[in-house]
Structure formats: C-alpha cells, structure tokens
Design a protein around this ligand. Structure first.
Ligand code: HEC
Length: 137
C-alpha cells in the first residue's frame, strides 16, 4: 500500500518543483468580501488551535459530506489541495459554484465560511509546510 503513494508523491513533487514555486505556508489572507486582511498563522499547531479546528471541522462536516470520494450527489471529490490558495479564495469570494448558489452552504455562518476559507487557503496545493511530517520525506 505504501509504494504507490510514495511514487505519486515523488512525481507530484517533481511536477510542482519544476512547474510552480511552492510558497511557504501563508500567514495572511486578504478576504475580498469583507475587505479584511486576516492573520491566519496564529502560531499554534493546527490541531491545537480553535481557529483551525473550526475551519477544518466545518470543511469536513459540511463540504465533505457531499464532496467525499464515493458520494451519490454528483459532487466532485474535493480536499484541501484541490485548489491553490488563490483558487480557494476565488471559490469563496465569487460563490458561483452550484452548491454555493443552491443553499448548500447556508448551514454555515458567514464567520464559519471565513474560517473554512482560511483553512483551505493555508493548506492549499501551492503551500508547503516545513513542520509537516508528511513533507519531510
Ligand atoms: C449538498 C451537497 C454539497 C455541499 C454541502 C457542498 N457542495 Fe460543493 N458541489 C456540490 C455539487 C453537486 C457540485 C457540482 C455541481 C455541478 O454539477 O456543477 C459542487 C461543486 C463544487 C465545486 C466545483 C468543483 C468542480 O470541480 O467543478 C466547488 C469548488 C465546491 N463545490 C466547493 C464546496 C465547498 C467549499 C463546500 C463547503 C463550504 C461545498 N462545496 C459544499 C455539492 C455540495
């Protein structure tokens, strides 16, 4: 089971290193809707901090309830690395995806949506976390 994952990771890293610049984990996020600069590196480890806890938990509880691998709702599989940081910002700023327009996001408060956006922005496919054991080889 481990081998394919390692091969995939290696090829992903090769592609990323050659094709894009991997940014350090961002510490700030400009939010277009609220026109605020949000500080998103409160210095705590993700799993200890309430801030991250809520964003991660709400993504899992609400978004992933449809966007899981074998859903029967017609939702593409999504995880935090499905988009770049900017890509996630666009998804939340524009809110043009079908589920954002049809009320599926409405179980989340505006504040919770900001936290989900923060969480995804910080952990997107163009960010790199030197403290993450997964990235240490
Ligand atoms: C009730 C189910 C449901 C929930 C909850 C839901 N989505 Fe969706 N989402 C969908 C479906 C279905 C589509 C595909 C719509 C279409 O056919 O264009 C979609 C499409 C998307 C897309 C476009 C994906 C692509 O590859 O085209 C994004 C991004 C997205 N959703 C993000 C989110 C986020 C972020 C949340 C949580 C805040 C969320 N969704 C919650 C059902 C859901």
């Amino acid at each position: 089971m481990r081998k394919p994952a390692i091969i995939l990771l290696t090829s992903l890293l090769t592609v990323s290193w050659t094709a894009t610049v991997i940014l350090a984990r961002p510490g700030k996020r400009y939010d277009k809707r609220t026109e605020m600069c949000r500080l998103i590196d409160s210095g705590k480890l993700d799993w200890e901090s309430d801030h991250w806890g809520i964003g991660a938990a709400k993504f899992k509880e609400v978004c992933k309830s449809c966007h899981n691998r074998n859903n029967d709702k017609g939702a593409p599989f999504l995880y935090m690395e499905s988009y770049s940081s900017e890509g996630w910002n666009q998804v939340f700023a524009k809110r043009r995806k079908k589920c954002a327009r049809d009320g599926s996001w409405d179980v989340l408060s505006q504040e919770e949506l900001l936290l989900v956006n923060d969480y995804l922005y910080r952990n997107a496919n163009d960010t790199y976390n030197p403290n993450d054991a997964d990235s240490c080889g």
